[in-house]
Design a protein around this ligand. Structure first.
Ligand SMILES: [Zn+2]
Length: 319
């Protein structure tokens, strides 16, 4: 069953591994082109992440250059594997992709840290970025991030920029935002935001995850929510494959029309891998197990691709 994945940190990986051959199986990574094929991925959102300095591993170049380089590297990859990959910017591209045998890559920017002026927003849009995360875990000029205990939500500047971004045609992504940032953005009259990769719990303890109530509100606005497939998103350090299937079954029963896949592959460490889904292609094992657990074919199709495609067909720019 084919898959649209709303979040993979594949671009950061490609940028970091200079001699990587993405056309070969790369066992030390979460995936590669042959494994995307094996896992039946049709669209992958590739996130550009510019906060590597936060971990002390920042490259010796300024952040904007880093962002440009990431976007360019992704285009180079799509050119190198032109029979297999294409970049998606518009609904027309999406149509072409769905009619072809190629995997579409949508560019996202995770955390608007460098976007201190409207011209930067416009420039980012012009180089093909279509999904924009307001924050990563750390707060910025726009809004409070998930790990900041002083939750002030959107700033006045952030509110203006969110409006401009929505007008320009960006899809806004609330993953990594603080609870108040969620609440503030969900009250705005803008194109429905998405949550690209998150855990969904009835009462989440970690602010990186969201509650069923917030999930419902995002969906009521017309947004979709990508379920991440790593232990940190389930708050259970011993999370196993069976627990994952049980949790997903419950979620799919509660939210059949708004859930999507947002794996976060390439973006988490070994300690957060759930046994049985350590690599991209193993998503098909999860789909099979969910079917055996009684989840209908229709609900599985909605989760793996239909909800995401419906959203993208509506909210990507037409041309
Ligand atoms: Zn993330």
């Amino acid at each position: 069953m084919w898959v649209v994945d709303l979040h993979e940190d594949v671009i950061t990986t490609i940028q970091g591994e200079r001699s990587l051959d993405f056309g070969q199986v790369c066992p030390h990574l979460h995936g590669d082109l042959p494994s995307w094929r094996k896992g039946d991925y049709k669209i992958v959102v590739g996130a550009i992440f510019s906060l590597r300095r936060h971990w002390g591993t920042y490259l010796s170049e300024d952040a904007i250059k880093h962002v440009l380089r990431a976007a360019e590297k992704t285009r180079e990859l799509a050119e190198q594997f032109a029979d297999d990959l294409m970049i998606l910017e518009t609904q027309k591209d999406l149509e072409r992709c769905l009619a072809s045998n190629r995997i579409g890559i949508l560019l996202a920017y995770e955390g608007a840290y460098e976007l201190t002026d409207v011209w930067l927003l416009r420039a980012l849009y012009r180089i093909g970025v279509r999904i924009l995360g307001l924050t990563w875990n750390v707060s910025n000029l726009w809004a409070t991030g998930a790990s900041d205990p002083h939750d002030q939500g959107l700033t006045p500047f952030g509110r203006q920029m969110v409006e401009k971004a929505s007008d320009l045609g960006f899809i806004l992504d609330l993953a990594h935002a603080s609870p108040r940032t969620y609440a503030d953005v969900l009250e705005m009259d803008i194109r429905p935001p998405i949550v690209s990769h998150t855990g969904i719990l009835k009462q989440p303890k970690k602010t990186r995850n969201i509650s069923w109530d917030v999930t419902r509100r995002v969906m009521e606005k017309g947004g979709i929510v990508g379920v991440a497939l790593a232990r940190l998103f389930f708050e259970d350090e011993q999370m196993g494959f069976e627990d994952l299937v049980q949790t997903l079954t419950e979620l799919l029963q509660a939210f059949p029309n708004g859930l999507a896949v947002g794996t976060d592959f390439f973006g988490f460490g070994k300690e957060d891998e759930i046994p049985g889904i350590e690599r991209v292609e193993k998503i098909q094992d999860v789909v099979r197990a969910l079917g055996q657990a009684g989840v209908s074919q229709k609900t599985l199709e909605a989760w793996t691709h239909e909800n995401a495609i419906r959203y993208l067909q509506t909210h990507l720019p037409a041309t």
